[in-house]
Ligand binder design. Structure first.
Ligand code: NAD
Length: 305
């Protein structure tokens, strides 16, 4: 294998369409996923992409490796574990981690790679599966600005690049974004449930919210496309969002900033993920809160005066 290929690890809901865009743009990929099924499915559609025998072999074949995996611990294990990618990467190679991962853990991963002369950028994404397919993701890139500029033509196949600062800042930004996203979805769900119980029509409520100050991505996108139609198929697992809230909390604790609402929000999503299972779609939080309402109302006096 020639060493000018891009290693791409993680062919899940986000990774597969992102790798597809890179392959379609003419980049030569060496792909890997621990799921044989996902690897096979991707390679069936992209016979020009190679698969490596193991992770060090992928490292040896590439100067640039992109990871988009469930969390930062998995990223660290894939890169730096025994028989990880770093065992094959040459000095002056670069890793771009596009997963949503711990900002603090990421600094440690970057430092350990730096000991081997390997560069690191954290470049997590927002926009969900649809924007991964369209190549319109928001990419939050932390790390050396010159290095980010060098890989800009690759990243711009996937979306719009925003520089966030030093290594780890992309992951911090992403987790804080997802805190706001999770808070708005859970609070919109509570508002819709209260309105519906009061006799309002949920579809009409969404229409009014979207013409009013309560609108958000949750009311403009998630309610019409995944919740009101009961499709619950956004492609973003609730376990991943619960993880993002833990990571946002980690950032707030490290910074020593207020986190009262963040703690409540993280707890709601943690419990929802526990009840529904990590693989449930995150939009199913609506069903979870609906079931909570039924439980609550049993013991309620109904005196709202
Ligand atoms: P996913 O679960 O669909 O995909 C993860 C992939 O990683 C799977 O194919 C899995 O087999 C693979 N994997 C897990 N452990 C591995 C290992 N040790 N070695 C190799 N492959 C391994 O998740 P996703 O929705 O694609 O999300 C990926 C990342 O992107 C997560 O960090 C998530 O938080 C983030 N993200 C997801 C969305 C979304 O809408 N789905 C949006 C923005 C960011």
């Amino acid at each position: 294998m020639a060493a000018d290929r891009i290693g791409f690890i993680g062919l899940g809901n986000m990774g597969a369409p992102m790798a597809h865009r890179l392959a379609a743009a003419g980049f030569r990929l060496v792909v890997h996923d621990k799921s044989g099924e996902r690897l096979r499915a991707f390679r069936e559609g992209h016979p020009e992409c190679q698969a490596a025998d193991d992770l060090p072999a992928l490292g040896r074949a590439c100067h640039l490796v992109i990871t988009i995996l469930p969390d930062g611990n998995i990223v660290r294990e894939v890169l730096l574990g025994e028989s990880g990618v770093a065992a094959g990467l040459k000095p002056a190679s670069l890793v771009i981690d596009m997963s949503s991962a711990s900002a603090i853990g990421t600094r440690e991963t970057a430092a350990r790679l730096a000991e081997r002369g390997i560069g690191f950028i954290d470049a997590p994404v927002s926009g969900g599966v649809k924007k991964a397919v369209d190549g319109t993701l928001a990419i939050m890139a932390g790390g050396d600005a010159g290095t980010i500029d060098r890989v800009r033509p690759i990243l711009e196949v996937l979306g719009k690049v925003f520089l966030t600062g030093p290594v780890g800042s992309g992951h911090a930004m992403k987790s804080l974004n997802n805190y706001l996203s999770a808070a708005s979805l859970a609070s919109a769900a509570e508002a819709i449930l209260a309105g519906r119980a009061f006799g309002l029509d949920p579809a009409r409520m969404i229409e009014i919210l979207n013409a009013s100050s309560g609108r958000s991505n949750s009311t403009e996108n998630k309610f019409p496309n995944f919740i009101l139609n009961q499709a619950y198929n956004s492609g973003f697992g609730i376990g991943l969002l619960a993880k993002d809230l833990r990571l946002a909390r980690e950032v707030a604790v490290a910074a020593g900033t207020p986190d009262t609402l963040l703690c409540i929000c993280a707890e709601v999503w943690q419990e929802a993920a526990h009840e529904l299972g990590d693989l449930a779609d995150h939009t199913e939080v609506f069903k979870y809160l609906e079931s909570m309402g039924r439980l609550d109302s049993r013991g309620r006096t109904g005196n709202g005066a």
